[in-house]
Design a binder for this molecule. Structure first.
Ligand code: RP5
Length: 206
């Protein structure tokens, strides 16, 4: 797992509100996106490797005791026959957010179906496959916590405003590129697709 920063160490000392569970340490490179976002939003959290199939007793014990330990939201990332989120949701009344991961084979479709197709009565809020899903799980966890926490709500407002500014900046760069292509020497106002794509690609945030 990656080295944790000083900020993360300080946050880890607080009582964690969000647990990030993953089926294997091989899920970490993707699930780290959830941790990064929670750090950015200043939300105390704790990450664990727990497997629905390989360590079912420990997984059940964690799920049953999570509320009493102070957790408020559980994020579960798993690949393949991804039963972690469902197995956890079966044993807690905390909200469970499932992140399907692409661990090879079927490109994440296997994990998506295994995570999303829960029987009535045991909900798992399922996010997108992969890094976007991990990131969104952290934001959704923050949104749930923000229902009763004005400081987190404020940080989410800032995040939305920053995203909007980011899009505006990208648009501005695109317009500038188009203007640059309208040089009299070229004699055309048409944007050159390959060059334009490269310019937009370089400014991609994540
Ligand atoms: C799943 O199996 C894990 O969540 C992981 O995505 C996948 C492969 O695990 P490893 O064989 O890499 O440990 O349970």
């Amino acid at each position: 797992m990656k080295r944790i920063s000083k900020g993360e160490e300080e946050m880890a000392a607080e009582r964690p509100l969000v647990a990030i569970l993953m089926g294997s340490d091989s899920d970490w490179p993707v699930m780290a996106a959830a941790v990064e976002r929670l750090v950015e939003l200043g939300i105390p959290h704790q990450a664990h490797v727990l497997s629905a199939h390989r360590s079912p007793e420990n997984t059940g014990r964690f799920a049953r005791s999570a509320r009493a330990k102070g957790y408020r939201v559980l994020i579960c990332g798993a690949g393949a026959a991804a039963h972690l989120a469902g197995a956890v949701a079966a044993q807690t009344t905390l909200p469970v957010l499932g992140v399907p991961l692409d661990s090879g084979g079927l490109g994440g479709l296997d994990a998506l179906l295994a995570t999303v197709q829960m029987p009535a009565g045991v909900p798992v809020a399922t996010l997108a496959v992969g890094r976007a899903g991990a990131d969104n799980a952290a934001i959704l966890a923050a949104q749930i916590l923000a229902l009763g926490d004005a400081r987190i709500a404020g940080r989410l407002e800032e995040l939305k405003a920053a995203m909007s500014r980011g899009v505006e900046e990208k648009d501005q760069r695109l317009q500038e590129a188009r203007l640059a292509n309208r040089s009299p020497a070229v004699g055309t106002s048409r944007i050159r697709p390959a060059r334009a794509r490269a310019r937009v690609g370089r400014t991609k945030a994540r």
